[in-house]
Design a protein. Structure first.
Length: 191
């Protein structure tokens, strides 16, 4: 996968260019000096640094093996009193086991944690599979305790606990109803 293929990366670059254009309008213009490579050098260094950081985030060579993921999932599932197959099913539905997945709504990583939720759960790097799975399983376990059954917990994982409370059950959102069916299908082994 090329970095330029990621929609979120393109949006970030576009926004950076937009901000750079805004800030340039308010900076005093130095007298023109032919051959002054300083500004181009700084811009080039910044661009290289950004590319380096982004490649590190989206590098596939750092992706965990299926065996590594299984070990993490099992450890966190047992720690949170969840069926590991339920956690695997949520991960399959959320990111299809892609640690660097980013949704159009901004959810991040294997278990697609929203940044605010990740912060609440103490997840500092949601792209890190261990942190993401630890946070996601804790959140799913909290939803199981709160609602008492798997369908409502799965719905709360997708739509948020407030929506499940508001409707006193699975919210009438097509996306959430489809999501609950999908996770249950995966959980039963029907891919």
């Amino acid at each position: 996968m090329k970095l330029d293929d990621l929609e979120s990366y393109r949006r970030i670059v576009s926004r950076m260019e937009e901000i750079q254009g805004i800030t340039e309008r308010f900076q005093p213009k130095p007298p023109a000096q032919d051959g002054d490579p300083t500004s181009k050098k700084i811009e080039s260094e910044f661009s290289q640094e950004l590319d380096s950081k982004m490649k590190g985030l989206f590098s596939q060579e750092n992706d965990p093996t299926p065996k590594d993921l299984t070990s993490i999932i099992e450890r966190e599932s047992y720690k949170n009193h969840l069926d590991p197959n339920l956690v695997k099913s949520v991960i399959k539905a959320e990111s299809n086991f892609k640690p660097n997945a980013v949704s159009s709504k901004g959810a991040i990583g294997l278990m697609q944690l929203m940044p605010g939720t990740a912060d609440i759960l103490g997840v500092e790097n949601p792209f890190d599979p261990e942190e993401n799975i630890a946070g996601g399983t804790k959140f799913l376990a909290d939803m199981m305790k709160k609602f008492g059954n798997s369908d409502m917990a799965i719905a709360a994982y997708n739509a948020g606990p407030g929506a499940v409370q508001k409707y006193d059950g699975i919210p009438p959102y097509k996306e959430t109803k489809d999501y609950v069916k999908k996770v249950n299908r995966f959980w039963k082994g029907e891919y």
